[in-house]
Design a protein around this ligand. Structure first.
Ligand code: AMP
Ligand code: ZN
Length: 492
């Protein structure tokens, strides 16, 4: 048994609860992954970084964690009423490419982006399209249990029937009466018995590209089904942690509970954890509204929101300075402050390595400090509180360096080891790379400036200067090529 005092805020009860996994020593964790029809924005990244912190800390405590995070590469209609186009198929139609090309392109982008943020890959990353058979089997079971009905080749979950014996709305706190009154009636547009019912299987219209055969029609699974299918397959009918952004509580997670409970007659998840939103200008970052920023545009500085670039590690540190359940607003001032704090912390840890400890006790209670660090993380993964403790240690290190205060050997050993453990293993902050995206972006801009100067020289017939720029760049391994589109360059 792992001995710890970890408590987690369970969205289901709304309370902090002692963390006791179903199988002692083992944790099953499922996190809803991205829908891969466009680049992940920084808001999406915050949720994945939040769960990376949780995954890292559970591992640090010694749990054997099976972390499953899916890729949504099918389904997802444009709105909650189960109408509109499949977003991936729409993108494929607009760009005249295969839906699977859309999926592949944005899956690669997702992985590359998360790697820059130093997140650990999940143990299993299943795709919705790779689990169509499991989803069809699940629908059969829900039909058999009497909680779904079939109409014109589509299958819907019967929310009212389910609510007779279960509590639909127990996660999101929504009342079924309000749902009945507030759900838009879809007269004539839908085969649903009641507007609050949700699709398990949709018959595909002739133009719908992503389709699979099923006992009911050639069609595609409903949005909520994939997560139930994949979490059950890899973690069982009941598992420890289910995570995702707050905005997925309803309807997505509420529907997941209903689907699973309808078949297994037991709650699928012991602890529901929800990460809060990243906002920009006080509004939620979202793909649909355009109020978002792409991680790459922050790293390179190529954006109209911030004056300078920020490295992935600084952005990660900025995010971890807020608790994962709090809303976080991104701004230039906040990023600048995070950058300053990050450098101060990294510098102190670097300098700690160069300090010669002695026999004289320094004015710092390392045992107490260590307890406070663990207490912070045990309190629902409170990273801002951990960071505050790390800065207490940074201040102590700075008094040793600048005020010539002593540090005992054992104090040094604890601090040296545990600062690195908390910063790198738990918070997941990697050392900044020397050649980063911002440097690359600066280099590109400098070459573009030289190309512009060369063109000006050519226009004014100053061939000596224009040739000098071209030849000198060639010598540095930068080749200019003049073409219809202007002058391009390649690096050798
Ligand atoms: P999606 O690809 O839209 O399904 O989103 C992937 C994940 O990002 C989900 O867990 C969402 O809840 C989460 N998410 C979306 N927008 C934000 C945001 N502004 N801040 C934090 N998480 C977000
Ligand atoms: Zn999901």
């Amino acid at each position: 048994m792992i001995d710890n005092a970890l408590v987690v805020l369970n969205s289901l009860s709304g309370k902090k609860e002692a963390f006791e996994p179903i199988n002692p020593g083992h944790v099953g964790m499922y996190v809803c992954g991205p829908t891969v029809y466009s680049n992940v924005h920084l808001g999406n990244c915050r949720t994945f970084i939040s769960f990376d912190l949780i995954y890292r800390y559970l591992k640090h405590l010694g749990y054997k964690v099976r972390y499953v995070r899916n890729i949504t590469d099918a389904g997802h209609l444009e709105n909650d009423e189960d109408t509109g186009e499949d977003r991936i198929a729409k993108k494929a139609r607009i760009e005249k490419i295969e839906p699977m090309e859309v999926v592949q392109f944005y899956t690669v982008d997702f992985h590359q982006t998360l790697e820059k943020f130093n997140t650990l890959p999940p143990g299993i990353e299943p795709t919705a399209t790779g689990h169509i058979i499991e989803q069809i089997e699940l629908i059969k079971e829900i039909l058999e249990a009497g909680y779904a009905y079939q109409v014109n080749g589509s299958v819907y979950f019967d929310v009212l029937k389910y609510n007779e014996t279960h509590h639909y709305g127990k996660l999101s706190g929504r009342k079924i009466e309000d749902l009945i009154h507030n759900t838009r009636s879809l007269e004539g547009q839908s085969d649903k018995k009641n507007p609050q019912d949700f699709a398990l299987w949709k018959k595909a219209e002739p133009q719908h590209i992503m389709r699979w055969p099923s006992p009911w029609s050639d069609g595609f699974p409903g949005w909520h089904l994939e997560c139930t299918a994949m979490s059950t397959k890899y973690l069982g009918a009941s598992f420890d942690i289910h995570g995702g952004g707050m905005d997925l509580k309803f309807p997505h997670h509420e529907c997941e509970i209903a689907q699973s409970q309808a078949i297994h007659q037991q709650p699928p998840v012991k602890y529901w954890l929800h990460a809060n939103m990243l906002t920009l200008n006080g509004k939620k970052m979202a793909k649909s509204t355009g109020n978002n920023i792409l991680p790459m545009d922050i790293f390179t500085g190529n954006n109209d929101k911030f004056k300078k670039p920020y490295s992935p590690q600084v952005v990660r540190f900025f995010m971890l300075q807020a608790h994962y359940t709090s809303i976080l607003d991104i701004s230039e001032a906040a990023l600048d402050a995070a950058e300053k704090g990050y450098h101060k912390m990294v510098k102190a840890v670097d300098q700690l390595s160069t300090i010669e400890p002695g026999e004289k006790e320094g004015d710092f209670d390392t045992d107490q400090w260590l307890k406070k660090c663990y207490a912070a993380m045990d309190d629902d993964f409170n990273s801002p509180s951990l960071i505050a403790q790390l800065f207490d240690a940074v201040n102590f290190i700075n008094t040793i360096l600048h005020k010539d205060h002593p540090i005992h050997k054992t104090q040094w050993e604890t601090l040296h080891k545990m600062m690195n453990v908390f910063i790198h293993d738990v918070l997941g902050i990697a050392p900044e790379k020397k050649s980063n995206d911002a440097t690359e972006s600066k280099l590109n801009k400098t070459i573009e400036l030289l190309i512009e100067l060369r063109n000006k020289a050519r226009v004014s017939k100053d061939f000596e200067t224009s040739d000098q720029i071209r030849d000198q760049l060639m010598e540095y391994g930068i080749q200019l090529k003049d073409g219809k589109e202007g002058t391009q360059f390649t690096l050798h």
